[in-house]
Design a protein around this ligand. Structure first.
Ligand SMILES: NC(=O)c1ccc[n+]([C@@H]2O[C@H](COP(=O)([O-])OP(=O)(O)OC[C@H]3O[C@@H](n4cnc5c(N)ncnc54)[C@H](OP(=O)(O)O)[C@@H]3O)[C@@H](O)[C@H]2O)c1
Length: 247
């Protein structure tokens, strides 16, 4: 067991990459808490992950609820060792001219300000070292036609993560970033499910490893970075993208 008794909070743990990570961490012995906004989704997810999983409805862009969330996790489990911050949104498919100020702000509130709010509360609670994994995106590194606010919000996440890594090293808190390519989840279903087979095939072939990602590909990277196997790794932005960004 690579995470025996490690108390872990996974934001966005009710679906997609967060859920796959919660399932893997639970199998590796972690004591898991998940959060998201939809209580019904969280209830189903915690059932599917296994016994002892706690689910807390919370909007990660809201300061008070985030502080309450972290306090509730510490109260329930007695400590906090690991954060995987997977909560995120891709609200619009837009270029700069199509982006609304409201959409831009909401995207940054949920994808970027949440790194500050959740990160701050978690770091205050990590009294004995810890590991933080932030889920960014490959589009923080490469340009894209229709993800203006989303790409920017994920690029900012890298800066916040590196700043945390440097400033928290002395407390033995490691902070790393995982940057996935395209994986079929709730977030991408609308795009991928509506694609013609030949378009999907073109997308697949754009990846040197000749396939899109699976949620488990991302969960494995989070597991490595959160575990003691990565005990001398901090401030890294790891591409988990089938080689897309290497071209
Ligand atoms: N799938 C991909 O291809 C891909 C690629 C690169 C990066 N990513 C990133 O990976 C992360 C996970 O995405 P996913 O693909 O697994 O999509 P997903 O299934 O839609 O997961 C996003 C999760 O975030 C939660 N969430 C959204 N807004 C929230 C808020 N304000 N407060 C709390 N929770 C919130 C959602 O739950 P509620 O709606 O119930 O709140 C949901 O469980 C995201 O950060 C995404 O940007 C995904």
């Amino acid at each position: 067991m690579r995470l025996a008794n490690k108390v872990t909070l996974i934001t966005g743990g009710g679906t997609g990459l967060g859920l796959a990570t919660a399932q893997m961490f639970h199998r590796e012995g972690a004591r898991v808490a998940i959060c998201g906004r939809r209580a019904d989704v969280l209830a189903r997810a915690s059932q599917s992950i296994g016994p002892g999983v706690l689910a807390f409805p919370c909007d990660v862009s809201q300061e008070g609820p985030v502080n309450d969330l972290v306090a509730a996790v510490v109260k329930a489990f007695g400590r906090l060792d690991i954060l995987v911050h997977a909560a995120g949104v891709n609200l619009q498919r837009e270029d700069i001219t199509e982006t609304t100020l409201d959409g831009f702000r909401k995207t940054f509130d949920i994808n970027t300000t949440s790194v500050f709010l959740v990160g701050r509360a978690v770091v205050r609670a990590m009294t004995d070292g810890g590991a933080i994994v932030l889920i960014g995106s490959v589009v923080a590194e490469i340009g894209s036609h229709k993800r203006f606010a989303y790409s920017g919000s994920k690029a900012a996440l890298i800066g916040l993560g590196r700043q945390m890594a440097v400033s928290l090293g002395g407390r033995d808190i490691r902070v790393n970033i995982v940057q996935p390519g395209m994986v079929h989840t709730e977030m991408t279903a609308g795009l991928l499910d509506g694609m013609k087979p030949e378009t999907l095939d073109r997308m697949r072939k754009a990846y040197p490893l000749n396939r899109l990602g699976k949620p488990e590909d991302v969960a494995e990277a989070c597991l490595f970075l959160a575990s003691d196997a990565a005990s001398w790794i901090t401030g890294v932005a790891l591409m988990v993208d089938g080689g897309l960004s290497a071209q």
